[in-house]
Design a protein around this ligand. Sequence first.
Ligand SMILES: [Zn+2]
Length: 281
Amino acid sequence: MKNISLAVLFLISTKILASVETPEMSDDNGYVEPFKMFDNVYYIGDKWVSSYAVETSSGLVIIDTLDFPYGKWIPTNLKKLGLEEKPVTHIIVTHGHSDHVGGAEYLQSLYGSRVIMTEKGLELAKDQANKSSGMNKFLPPDVKSFAQDSSGIVVGGTEFKFYITPGHTEGDLSIDFMAKDNGQLYRAFVVGGHGVNFQKPGLAKKFMASMARIRRLAIESPAVTVNLSNHPHKNNLFANRDKSIRGENKNIFISRENFSRFIEQQEILAAEKIREQLESK
Ligand SMILES: [Zn+2]
């Protein structure tokens, strides 16, 4: 009897452990080999959601952390890129949806990083964490100070500027910093959230206002020439990666058009949705 219950207990506990194991790094699971985009920027995300590692002189800053448990791929990706010895000093999360914040607490516990997000972003992250279950169960990160609009931080000589740009969620955090390529600096921009959300009235309006603001910010000198979208299909990331593997001389990720087209596309999609919404009333 005792043996049977021990066997059952063993089975149950291995099941629990297995449920939080690192997912297989397969194409079916959305695994993507990490790659270098700039001297100081690496793609460490998956097929559907972006995550970037920015190298500074004092360590790494990670932007977005994937869904849990897929965020567990990030340490392996850093190792593959030869970055495993670098401390991950900061984790910046664009918004509180699980596909961006899901791995934040795991990585924070592993690296002791400071997590930065907006106050409303964390509220949503807590709500999403409460609703998460099974193998995707995650905890919200510990955030000591919130990102404020038009503020920023300097990490190892790299300045990250923050803009609160609500619309996809209430707490979208957009970021800009300088990417380096062959000794030249290029302004990179991460839009905090795209895609309008109609579940909350008023967000669509905020979305349009945020896009207009981002458009204005982007043309300030030096103009944005690097589109670091938080989903890879929004900046043609993999098509550009394939072109860059073919060895075209200029860094393919530098494109002012890519960013302005992305914002324009967002505005068009949002306007269409707003029209549909009005017509259906
Ligand atoms: Zn989202």
